[in-house]
Design a protein around this ligand. Sequence first.
Ligand code: Q46
Ligand code: ZN
Ligand code: ZN
Length: 302
Amino acid sequence: MKCKRCGQPAVINMRQHRFSLCGEHFLEWVPQQVQRSIEHYHMFAPDERVLIAVSGGKDSLGLWDILLQLGYQAQGIYIHLGVPDGGYSDVSQRKAEQFAVQAGATLQVVNVRAEYGQTIPELARRRRGRSACGTCGVVKRHILNQAACDGGFAALATGHNLDDEVAVLFQNTLHWSTGYLQRQAPVLPASHPRLSRKVKPLVRMYEREMAAYALVRGIDYIYEECPYSRGATSLFYKTLFDQLEAASPGAKQQFYLSFLQAREEGRLLPADADRAEMGECSRCGQPTTAPDLCVFCRLWDA
Ligand code: Q46
Ligand code: ZN
Ligand code: ZN
């Protein structure tokens, strides 16, 4: 297995692209791919400031590293959820902080318990019948959006990779969730002055490529996934698509890119019609479709 560019021994064989690359050329190739996506989907311009949601994992740290290399003004935000199992939140915070120090970049840390009085597991336990992930999603969305707005960032970036997007797309397709399908995009424009533009610069990168990037680049990240993700259906869909990809290299990319094309050309089913008007939450001021308090503010009152 030799590098397509220089003939040296390769570190990765990408069957989906039908070529292999050595470490040096792979580290050049990945940022080039990400830059192409940023430009192709009009995610942000070089003079715009970007806030990256950092989890301490390979994707978000890899994304931060790539954006800094490409010369973007990228800051990070880490949310300490208070997940105690195996010290998950503490360890992942350390990884994010270490990376920021080494890269000389700014990281904002929000500790959910210090800020709001309870950790995500505590809050989820109080709301019996609600999953930790459902609660977590509401809290993370609120904090990220608030931080992006308050900090005057042009865009909020997340490290979702192609495998993540494919799993979500499959789930949305299985349920024909047309509303979600309409909103699943590499860029979501800000639909309200207090909502930030959301971008996913890694949508065309395979998870395997991001793992290899972190390894070859020497990024120290948390290997463990959040313990609450165990048994998630999205993980099951990922293994299904891994099988499909093994039998037919490029299948994941084709599924996702064909969907984006259909979406762009207006060939999707119409979204659920009743998109309610957005008002503002009377407590935090963030946009909401609820009549008084937003979902986030109601969480803490229950
Ligand atoms: S962090 Fe939060 Fe995830 Fe952990 S509790 Fe669930 S949603 S699994 S991306
Ligand atoms: Zn090479
Ligand atoms: Zn609110």
